[in-house]
Ligand binder design. Structure first.
Ligand code: FES
Length: 137
């Protein structure tokens, strides 16, 4: 598995997402509170563009009339038929045991970790071929 730089970190601030083309695949990358996650931009249902999906939170209920909301913006609702996926894992909330959007590892890294220095400019030998008379006044 090869690593690919897709953007400068400043281009994907907290809460943002963007779709990138990486080796012929469209991949949606998300910044959730400073953590980065990447999903294939293709819903496992019928191929909807997940990167265009609405980001929602988790609503849970332990009994009728009582709701708890959590994880704001961490679920992705496919724009075509509304299936929801966990951005962190790709897990489907429609059929969690069978369906999952393909995930890729994503991270923020300093440029120095991606390309090792120190860098050395091309150099050439230098010589002095004549002598000069110098007067100190
Ligand atoms: S294509 Fe995504 S829910 Fe149908």
């Amino acid at each position: 598995m090869a690593r690919h730089v897709v953007a400068r970190a400043a281009e994907l601030p907290e809460g943002a997402s963007r779709v990138f083309s990486v080796r012929g695949r469209e991949i949606a990358v998300f910044n959730l509170g400073g953590e980065y996650f990447a999903l294939i931009n293709r819903c496992p249902h019928e191929g909807g563009p997940l990167g265009m999906g609405l980001r929602v939170g988790l609503s849970d209920s332990d009994r009728p009339g009582h709701y708890a909301h959590s994880r704001p913006g961490e679920l992705l609702r496919c724009p075509w038929h509304g299936w929801e996926f966990d951005i962190r894992t790709g897990q489907s909330w429609c059929d969690p045991t069978r369906l999952k959007a393909k995930c890729y590892a994503a991270a923020r890294e300093p440029g120095s970790a991606l390309a090792k220095g120190p860098y050395v400019a091309e150099s050439f030998p230098v010589s002095v071929e004549e002598e000069y008379v110098v007067v100190d006044v």
